[in-house]
Design a protein around this ligand. Sequence first.
Ligand code: IMP
Ligand code: MG
Length: 188
Amino acid sequence: MNDYQEYLEEILISEQQLRDRIRALGEEISADYAGEDLLLICILRGGVLFLTDLMREITLPHSIDFMAVSSYGAGVRQSKGLVRITLDLTTSIADRNVLLVEDIIDSGNTIASVLELLNVRRPKSLKVCTLLDKPERRESEVPIDYRGFEIPNKFVFGYGLDLDGYYRNLPFIGVLRPDKVSEFADAS
Ligand code: IMP
Ligand code: MG
């Protein structure tokens, strides 16, 4: 794989900005769920870095679980809202306060579909926390309870978000160079 520099147009959100914002989100969540039980659910794989940083800023006792979904027509960014669970939770969410932790909400189709699937299991509450929100591309209306950053309609990578599976480890959110967009199925 090439060095990430080859794909980077600009750094959109720096490591420091991420840290500051995630700290604030953690404080907000800690205040909102004070005295309550809390379960964070991370949708693999993009949300992993966000989850592990966010949970260290949440001062309440809480547990975590993971799930993975794939949209029909995988590899295509324009998901049509139909998702299939490829890895299910290991814990029951019935009567629990669930907070979904996502990397990015783009069309909104993935999260809308996940919310539908999880609501059937009768959680006590079900809310959404996303690091990034790209509202220009929204197709499904989704309630966002906690939002890290609103971003423009550009394909981004780093800090959990990938280019064909790579560069999730970068500590910042970067914009993909427009002349490289056609190299990645998810971005074009
Ligand atoms: P949605 O169903 O269109 O909201 O898409 C959600 C998924 O698409 C995210 O969880 C990401 O995996 C992927 N995605 C959307 N936009 C981007 C991006 O700019 N960079 C990397 N992945 C993205
Ligand atoms: Mg992806």
